[in-house]
Ligand binder design. Structure first.
Ligand code: GRF
Length: 199
């Protein structure tokens, strides 16, 4: 499909969310993956993406220590070169500045493992357990300059069980991430920003 929207996916780790997005973009889906980009050359997702025939790139953040803008200038290059219409953050573990975000305003999405606005940042599963919550989940949102903020595009809920550990809870949430993110991307690509709500 020559008029498909092009999607760049940014990862830092295993890339399981990235692969569910990639696997979803077939057939009549209005988008196709054009790039998988990582700040970590050892990210397991890079090999999976390459095996799926997708262009990959690495921009290591470490040589830019203390100069986030210089890192982001390099990070933006392969995205812009790829012709991406939409940028999906999928386990990308670097905080992005307002300057970078503004280049992709309204077309950059992120998945976060909590029911936002609860538990922005790290250790979301442990924090939900420590708070005594009875439910937890994941959210997909448009990226703005504020960390884990921005208009919600979807949420999926899971119950918290009495014997849950952060690990068992994370695994239950991750299963829902793999359903939610492709569903949101498909809807978003079609121009529909109504949140996808899954129970
Ligand atoms: C996911 O839980 C995502 O929500 C979080 O980091 C994890 C990434 O996992 N931000 P993967 O790399 O997609 O397997």
């Amino acid at each position: 499909m020559s008029d498909s929207k092009q999607v760049a996916i940014l990862i830092s780790g295993g890339g399981s969310n990235m692969m569910t997005l990639v696997d979803s973009m077939t057939g009549d889906h209005p988008a196709r993956p054009c790039l998988v980009l990582s700040n970590n050359a050892d990210a397991g997702g890079l090999k999976k993406a390459a095996a799926a025939g997708i262009a990959t790139a690495v921009v290591d953040h470490r040589p830019f220590k203390g100069d986030r803008q210089a890192f982001e200038a390099e990070l933006a290059k392969p995205i812009l070169d790829s012709g991406a219409d939409i940028v999906c953050l999928a386990g990308f573990m670097r905080v992005l500045t307002a300057g970078f975000v503004s280049q992709f305003q309204g077309r950059m999405l992120n998945i976060h493992p909590s029911l936002l606005p609860k538990y922005t940042g790290l250790h979301t599963h442990a924090r939900a357990l420590a708070a005594g919550d009875t439910e937890h989940g994941c959210s997909v949102h448009e990226v703005t300059a504020v960390l884990d903020d921005g208009p919600l595009l979807g949420q999926a809920r899971v119950p918290i069980l009495s014997d849950d550990t952060p690990e068992t809870l994370a695994a239950r949430v991750l299963k829902q991430e793999h359903i939610l993110y492709p569903a949101v991307l498909r809807r978003f690509t079609a121009g529909d920003r109504n949140p996808v709500l899954l129970d």
